[in-house]
Design a protein around this ligand. Structure first.
Ligand SMILES: Nc1ncnc2c1ncn2[C@@H]1O[C@H](COP(=O)(O)OP(=O)(O)OP(=O)(O)O)[C@@H](O)[C@H]1O
Ligand SMILES: [Mg+2]
Length: 325
């Protein structure tokens, strides 16, 4: 199922005829069996690995994106995934360049992505949501200690296998972000949904770091508990504007059965300033499991009153409209 939170107008139709060319390019190695999904950057096929006689998921970068990134950079970045070994990270079986199709191969996961699960169930049980989050947090903590940032944590990149979350697409977001913005814009491709993007990534003025992934994980947990991501909007620009300027409402406003410490931990993970978030993904997981956790800066604080809502400021405002109004 396509990523529901991809904004439809940002998507491109799948290029017809590619599957036949791809099958020819991979002949003798993989047999393409069927198309199973696609995101903004790639198309995913169920394939048969002829050497090992097993089902695999084969992911092929869209040709226009492959041209921008280049085979060398792509195959270099994909090595990042190859070196990560963790029970909650989807491993890499193979990668390559077959007649200019840049592809990588991973285990085929028959179960849903977290996106599919959320589309079906909307809100998850609190215990289940916390277990999924702790699994992802342990994988992120491990990757961050190796110096690897995911950059695109979102429900569509979390595959559910036997009830356990597996993070996919490590290394891909880095390869894409390293392609220059200008050339990427020329392809007309969407680089994903802004719903889970940290403010610093939305601004694009700062290299994402481990705290950017922690923000995204906080946004995913927020949606698992409330049924909606922290910020919504009908266009990418509207969502980005909210990510940059507004505070999400507390989880307990929507679901008061969520324990207060969980609400406080999510608020801390979603802080606008990276320095105000948890320093590590495992600190976030610890806070979720600690009923005594309270964040010094949470979103349950009442919003500051705007100057024109005060009688004195309102009078001042009427005298100096160019400054306040
Ligand atoms: N290893 C896998 N096994 C089974 N299905 C998979 C696997 N990897 C991806 N898929 C399916 O392919 C779909 C598309 O995945 P893809 O990663 O290309 O898209 P996305 O995550 O929605 O967007 P993005 O391009 O931003 O990553 C997924 O939603 C999922 O249904
Ligand atoms: Mg993906």
């Amino acid at each position: 199922m396509p990523e529901r939170r991809h904004l439809p107008h940002l998507r491109r139709p799948v290029c017809q005829g590619i599957t036949a060319q791809l099958s020819t390019a991979l002949v003798g190695r993989y047999k393409i069996e069927k198309h199973i999904g696609e995101g903004g950057m790639a198309t995913v096929y169920l394939a048969h690995d002829l050497k090992h006689d097993r089902k695999v998921a084969l992911k092929v970068l869209r040709p226009e994106l492959a041209a921008v990134i280049g085979a060398e950079r792509f195959l270099n970045e994909i090595k990042v995934t190859a070196n990560l070994q963790h029970p909650h990270i989807l491993p890499l079986h193979d990668s390559g360049n077959a007649e200019n199709f840049l592809f990588y191969v991973m285990p085929y996961i028959e179960d849903d992505t977290l996106r599919d699960k959320l589309d079906r169930e909307k809100q998850l049980g609190i215990e289940e949501a916390l277990e999924i989050t702790k699994g992802i947090a342990s994988a992120l903590d491990y990757a961050h200690r190796q110096g690897v940032i995911h950059r695109d944590i979102k429900p569509a990149n979390i595959l559910m296998h036997e009830g356990q979350p597996m993070i996919g697409d490590f290394g891909i977001a880095l390869a894409v972000s390293q392609a220059s913005d200008q050339r990427l814009t020329e392809t007309g491709l969407s680089i994903g949904t802004p719903h889970y993007m940290s403010p610093e990534q939305a601004m694009g003025d700062q290299e994402p770091n481990s705290r950017s992934d922690i923000y995204s994980l906080g946004a995913v947990l927020y949606e698992m508990l409330t049924g909606e991501p922290p910020h919504s909007g009908s266009t990418a620009q509207a969502i980005v504007a909210k990510v940059l300027t507004s505070k999400p409402s507390p989880v307990r406003d929507t679901r008061d059965t969520v324990p207060m410490h969980v609400d406080a931990a999510i608020a801390k993970a979603l802080q606008r300033m990276p320095a105000d978030r948890f320093a590590t993904a495992s600190a976030f997981a610890d806070a979720l499991g600690n009923p005594g956790f309270t964040a010094a800066t949470t979103m349950v604080m009442p919003a500051k009153r705007l100057p024109w809502s005060h009688g004195r400021s309102a009078r001042w405002c009427s005298r100096a409209p160019e400054l306040w109004c």
